[in-house]
Design a protein around this ligand. Structure first.
Ligand SMILES: Nc1ncnc2c1ncn2[C@@H]1O[C@H](COP(=O)(O)OP(=O)(O)OP(=O)(O)O)[C@@H](O)[C@H]1O
Length: 503
């Protein structure tokens, strides 16, 4: 008997033209949090798809409790006690919490007479997770994403999971919700359940992880490293094969900015139930950061400035000219660009090439007499994808083959090419690896240095404070503080999130 619950050895998985996994090893013990790390495209998602029975490996062995197993379907994996919580949670929004937890269970087929029992059992599972406050009868679609995650975990527990795989669970959570997630994970592991934890936020690893396995280009480069004794620098160099500058690009300083022209002026913008009396300006060459918890109204404000939502009152002026409220066309015509938060809604054209997807926002620039100049389109796309280390680097491949993080990079690249006067970026580095993150930071700063005004929304406070020139701190839809980024630190911002009164 070994002390491993799961042992994956020499796993190989090939897609046309890509060896996504090329001999990967992973060993997980009961009751541990095992962090699976790697750059975008390293093979993490593919490995967990193999582990969850969603994809079949081309080679290698999987042992569960020392016996070799074949995970032919997700149901087989689930039956053994392997549950996977994907970032795009596979819940049915229209069903209740309890119905989601017992979806596909024998219990739920017993019909209405067992409804009371289902509600009771769900309540018990949520209580085990420390969240008896979630109502099992509530419709899942009405819940915030943090609660949805808990519903997925309750579902895993309902199947007696011994191993729960969590794919970037913190990426969709706010600061305070992440500590809640860590408490839940602690409870699970104390009960002997193992967790595989995937995250690009390396600072979380030491807090939550016991051991680390690092993937690079489909290989395991190191496995079972103790999380507490492995420095972030070491992890980064294993992941990337190089040292990554973690410093933020240099700001131009107050003096250089003070002479620059005002590009965007937002005056007393309000939308009932979302935000109230929001005013700010953005100058040429400036990055304005917006900090706030989920629900503070950051994304809603960006969408309203862009015209995707209509304000109840207030106005937006670009270059001194008023934009038509609720009109994206008016904003785009005036030179505004918006890279929204969610990948799925970003109108990626999955079967089109990477080059085409990247240059979509900038088509006008590559069109001559109505024809798109493919040569310069490709050249521009290649330049940006190279600087972001997009893999595969062949920009003629369809974008759907890219890993999640690489798709995100392509979307950001699209906007960096788009030639806007003002660019709104909502969570531009979500799901992006450490290396690419600093490349994106550098590109955003470069863009600002060329005269563009940028608004940056990010849940990662160090990013907002490190990259922006000025920050707006938002709480419950109101600006509670505006300050030069150098003049405010993380603690102060966190206090403002909670108190909101120190303005
Ligand atoms: N269905 C597919 N067809 C072709 N190639 C694929 C497919 N799925 C994944 N790949 C390729 O396999 C490699 C590994 O991708 P994977 O999604 O496992 O990476 P990852 O480590 O999860 O990345 P990320 O951090 O961006 O989520 C990538 O090069 C990707 O382009």
């Amino acid at each position: 008997m070994s002390d491993a619950l799961l042992r994956m050895s020499d796993i190989v998985k090939t897609f046309p033209g890509v060896r996504a996994l090329d001999g990967v090893d992973l060993e997980v013990r009961p009751g541990e949090v095992h962090c699976l790390l790697g750059q975008n495209g390293a093979g993490k998602s593919t490995l967990i798809k193999v582990l969850s029975g969603a994809q079949q490996p081309d080679g290698g062995t999987i042992e569960w409790n020392d016996s070799e197993v074949a995970l032919r379907t997700p149901a087989t994996a689930m039956k053994l006690g392997i549950a996977t919580i994907y970032q795009e949670l596979d819940l049915v929004d229209g069903l209740s919490v309890a119905e989601n937890v017992f979806l596909g269970h024998e219990r739920s087929t017993a019909g209405f007479s067992r409804r009371a029992e289902m509600l009771r059992a769900t309540r018990e599972l949520l209580e085990r997770l420390g969240h008896g406050d979630i109502d099992p009868a509530r419709t899942v679609g009405e819940l915030p994403v943090a609660s949805k995650q808990l519903v997925s975990m309750a579902r895993a527990l309902s199947h007696d999971a011994r191993l729960i795989v969590m794919d970037e669970p913190s990426a969709v959570l706010a600061h305070d919700e992440i500590s809640g997630l860590f408490r839940v994970i602690e409870g699970l592991t104390a009960a002997g359940i193992a967790v595989i934890y995937i995250s690009h936020r390396l600072e979380e690893i030491r807090e939550v992880g016991d051991r680390i396995t690092v993937l690079k280009d489909g290989h395991t480069v190191d496995r079972g490293l103790p999380a507490a004794r492995t420095s972030t620098e070491r992890v980064v160099s294993l992941m990337t094969g190089r040292d990554v500058q973690s410093a933020f690009p240099e700001r131009r300083g107050e003096e250089a900015r003070s002479g620059s022209r005002e590009l965007l002026r937002v005056e007393r913008l309000s939308r009932r139930g979302e935000f109230t009396d929001v005013s700010f300006t953005v100058h040429s060459g400036e990055i304005l950061g917006m900090a706030g918890l989920v629900g503070a109204g950051r994304s809603e404000i960006l969408q309203t400035v862009y015209g995707a939502r209509k304000p109840d009152s207030g106005r937006v002026l670009l270059d001194g000219r008023r934009l038509r409220p609720g009109s994206v066309r008016s904003a785009v015509r005036a030179g505004m660009g918006f890279a929204p938060e969610e990948r799925k809604s970003q109108a990626l054209v999955p079967y089109e090439s990477i080059a085409r997807n990247v240059s979509l926002a900038a088509l006008g620039r590559y069109a001559r007499l109505g024809w798109v100049d493919r040569g310069s389109e490709r050249a521009a796309a290649e330049e940006v994808t190279r600087s972001l280390r997009l893999r595969p680097s062949d920009t003629e491949q369809p974008i759907r083959v890219l890993s999640g993080g690489n798709q995100q990079k392509a979307i950001v690249a699209r906007w960096l090419l788009a030639d806007c006067g003002v660019l709104l970026l909502d969570e531009p580095t979500r799901g992006v690896d450490v290396g690419a993150k600093s490349e994106i930071h550098a590109l955003v700063r470069e863009l600002a240095d060329s005269g563009v005004g940028v608004i940056l929304v990010s849940s990662e406070l160090p990013e907002v404070l490190g990259l922006s020139d000025r920050v707006l701190v938002l709480r419950e839809g109101r600006v509670v503080r505006e300050a030069a980024s150098e003049a405010i630190d993380e603690h102060e911002v966190l206090d403002l999130f909670i108190e909101g009164s120190a303005a």
